[in-house]
Design a protein around this ligand. Structure first.
Ligand code: COA
Length: 284
């Protein structure tokens, strides 16, 4: 770990304990070149109320246009939950009102949030600090990368409420883990542990609870040493191409390459290799 990383990691741990339980529904802390977002309803296991979703979207809007922020780390307040999913008490009246109202207020808002995270132009790293159930699991699936604490658990309990997952879980989970594993989680509603999530490809790494934020920061720093333009182009190529037939995906790749190839950083990266010197990226 570099000195800067070590300082970041220590700051992260103290930041999260300092901000847990504060008033904002989504806390935001700057950690060097990265931002830490904390879903902050610990007494409700960080359930995603409509107001919390609005707050998260507003935080993402601000971070997107801040050139100083390279990666976003998303976690939950406390150590019990990343998020227990959509706020059942909050959306129950919409289900009771009509399917159309539930679609408009509950499903569409949740889908918009997970899609916003999935298509965010900077890496969003989920720091899964506890249970990630329902919309919490779907939020984690939408992130570009995920690291879980060893006590984290993952579940799709919507079936117990009488409907299928609604924030993109029926679509993203099978793409992550395969149809049969996804069906088992979706149809039983039963949780899996962090080791299984790692084995299934749902998370990148499992670490101790104490190492969770430092591990996320190390990953963020490994990315941030590269050109910001190349990072965004790579994210867009993967996210836009993944659901396309291969020829259309290759066209997306070509388009993103053209964006990066026109940058100072691409000229600098290739020249530096030829000249046997470290690259100095303008956006890194
Ligand atoms: N929406 C709203 N509130 C929630 C919630 C959710 N998704 N998940 C938990 N909470 C609230 C509980 O109502 C409780 O609030 P209270 O203390 O005011 O009664 C608090 O968070 C703690 O949860 P509790 O159920 O007491 O904890 P537990 O350890 O007994 O159980 C879970 C933990 C996650 C198994 C359980 O809370 C649960 O099943 N939650 C719902 C998960 C779900 O179905 N998510 C998908 C929603 S579409």
């Amino acid at each position: 770990m570099t000195d800067m990383n070590a300082i970041n990691a220590i700051n992260a741990v103290s930041a999260i304990s300092a901000i847990s339980g504060g008033n904002d529904l989504v806390q935001c802390e700057r950690l060097g070149r990265h931002a830490l977002l904390v879903l902050n309803r610990p007494d409700k296991l960080n359930a995603l109320s409509y107001a919390l979703i609005d707050a998260l979207m507003a935080r993402l809007d601000a971070l997107e246009t801040d050139p100083a922020v390279r990666c976003v780390i998303l976690t939950g307040s406390g150590t019990r939950a990343f998020s227990a999913g959509a706020d059942i008490a909050g959306f129950a009246p919409d289900i009771a009102a009509s399917p159309e109202q539930a679609l408009r207020r509950f499903l569409q808002q949740g889908q918009a949030m997970t899609r916003r995270i999935e298509t965010f132009p900077k890496p969003v790293i989920a720091a899964v600090n506890g249970l990630a159930f329902g919309g919490g699991c779907e939020t984690m699936e939408a992130c570009s990368l995920a690291i879980a604490a060893e006590h984290a658990t993952f579940a799709k309990p919507e079936i117990k409420l009488g409907f299928p997952p609604t924030f993109g879980g029926t679509q993203r989970l099978p793409r992550h883990v395969g149809r049969k594993r996804a069906n088992e989680m979706i149809l039983t509603g039963e949780p899996i542990d962090a080791a299984s999530a790692l084995r299934f490809g749902l998370v990148n790494e499992v670490v101790s609870g104490a190492d969770l934020l430092p591990a996320c920061l190390r990953l963020a720093d490994r990315i941030a040493r590269h050109s910001a333009i190349a990072v965004t182009a790579s994210l867009r190529a993967v996210t836009r191409g993944i659901n396309l037939p291969i020829d259309e995906g290759l066209a997306v790749e070509a388009m993103q390459f053209m964006v990066a190839a026109a940058s100072h950083d691409a000229r600098e990266g290739t020249s530096a290799f030829v000249e046997k010197r470290p690259a100095v990226f303008r956006d890194a």
